[in-house]
Design a protein around this ligand. Structure first.
Ligand code: NAP
Ligand code: MG
Length: 418
């Protein structure tokens, strides 16, 4: 039974109207996740969370069914927030004594929800980007379906013929191409995408760019991949001309297509401020580069937007494995929880918008401001201290101290009603 004090405290909290799907994860991010909830969320929010434990042990126990359940829960409730998770490899199989090499949870969730992942850097005034001319955030829209993330691969053992075969479901004429005549061992990979998914990727990017009033850039390798990559270019162009050209003109923004390598070169020379649409693999790689260039991988937020209007917020970095091994040895670490905090604020803001509860949106804003003000006051984790503008007030703190400092800023803001 709840004590009276608890009930009173509960009444003073901000009510989040609709359930949010909470997806827990692994290693150092799991440790930070618990701290963020305990110190930055639960003291202020009356919130109902539907909890899915995607820690590797639990995925193994449930034969990965829990990952599908979590994705379906997002379909049911609309908004989810996810901690980073281990994608097992051979080492992890030994480390966790796994039944098998389970697939990437993000890959599984994206396959269920489809959609596009948008990533934006978290900009603090005293953390300048390492590319001097990037004055504005570069947002990345990463296609989150297919390509190498949903592939089939064969380790070719000896000489033989590899073929690409499509068999029509209606019994029509099959299409067959020779990939390679192997003279000895090698490798083959089969990847795919669908017009439907590419088209919703395009729609999601045009929508995001117009919403933020920023230009949209897109690059593929269609000079080399004359069918596969060319299809992406064609679908984007068609979608633009049909549904967005006029709206973009009115908003004074452009849609710009160029080869992916040219896009990379131009991005380096730009001042930022665009949405950069990337195919799945390009987005995976480039978003980490951008994250690091804007200060740290931990200063990059990520949201999966499904074409049906479901949202999953997460950090774009991994489980920070090396720090976790230190933590296990009893050492304190200075791991940065910013992207995890911003995953929660993203989910809360979206929930508040969908539920029309401005106090929830306002809380999300205050928590973000409290986090940035903490960094701007000089209190920060080791990863960003390395790249911060020099200041005698700058001080590296451990994760928990950093979160406590944010909590202090937040408490003041909540009291003042700032
Ligand atoms: P990572 O966890 O992103 O970390 C790579 C390095 O980046 C860290 O060693 C650390 O550098 C720095 N870093 C990342 N996040 C940080 C933070 N919050 N605070 C401070 N420094 C941070 O990538 P990884 O070590 O290659 O992968 C670890 C596990 O994460 C893997 O099992 C992988 O499968 C998984 N992963 C999950 C996701 C996801 O769930 N979305 C994404 C990527 C990877 P220093 O060591 O130099 O301090
Ligand atoms: Mg990546």
């Amino acid at each position: 039974m709840k004590k009276e004090q608890d009930i009173q405290n509960q009444k003073n909290k901000i009510k989040v109207k609709t359930t949010i799907v909470e997806i827990d994860g692994d290693e150092m991010t799991r440790v930070m996740w618990a701290m963020v909830k305990e110190k930055l969320l639960f003291p202020f929010l009356d919130i109902n969370l539907e909890y899915y434990d995607l820690g590797l042990k639990k995925r193994d126990e449930t034969d990965d069914k829990i990952t599908i359940d979590a994705a379906n829960a997002i379909k049911k409730h609309g908004v989810g927030v996810k901690c980073a998770t281990i994608t097992p490899n051979k080492d992890r199989i030994k480390e966790y004594n796994l039944k098998k090499e389970w697939p990437s949870p993000n890959g599984t969730i994206r396959a269920v929800l489809d959609g596009t992942v948008f990533r934006s850097p978290i900009l603090a005034k005293n953390i300048p980007p390492s590319v001097r001319n990037w004055n504005k955030p570069i947002h990345i829209g990463r296609h989150a379906y297919g390509d190498v993330y949903k592939n089939q691969e064969i380790l070719v053992p000896r000489a033989g013929k590899a073929e690409l075969l499509f068999t029509p479901a209606d019994g029509g004429q099959p299409i067959k191409l020779t990939i390679h005549e192997f003279k000895g061992p090698g490798i083959i990979q089969g990847i795919h995408n669908t017009d439907k998914s590419i088209s919703s990727f395009a729609k999601a990017c045009f929508t995001y760019a117009l919403d933020q009033k920023i230009p949209l850039w897109f690059g593929t390798k269609d000079t080399i991949s004359k069918t596969y990559d060319a299809r992406f270019r064609h679908i984007f162009q068609e979608e633009f001309e049909k549904n967005w050209k006029k709206k973009f003109e009115e908003a004074g923004i452009e849609y710009f297509f160029t080869l992916i390598d040219d896009a990379v070169a131009r991005i380096m020379k730009s001042e930022g401020g665009m949405l950069w649409a990337c195919k799945n693999y390009d987005g995976d790689v480039m978003s980490d580069m951008l994250g690091a260039a804007y200060g740290s991988l931990a200063m990059m937020t990520s949201v999966l937007v499904s074409p049906e209007g479901f949202f999953e917020y997460e950090a774009s970095h991994g489980t920070v494995q090396k720090h976790y091994y230190k933590y296990l040895k009893g050492e304190k670490t200075s791991s940065n929880p910013m992207a995890l905090i911003f995953a929660w604020t993203g989910a809360l803001r979206k929930r508040g918008e969908l539920d029309s509860t401005p106090d929830v949106v306002d809380f999300a804003h205050k928590l973000e401001q409290a986090s940035l003000e903490t960094i701007q006051s000089g209190i920060m984790t080791g990863d960003i201290l390395k790249v911060a503008l020099p200041n005698s007030k700058n001080k590296q703190v451990y994760t928990e101290e950093f979160i406590d400092a944010i909590a202090d800023h937040l408490k003041k803001k909540m009291k003042k009603g700032e």
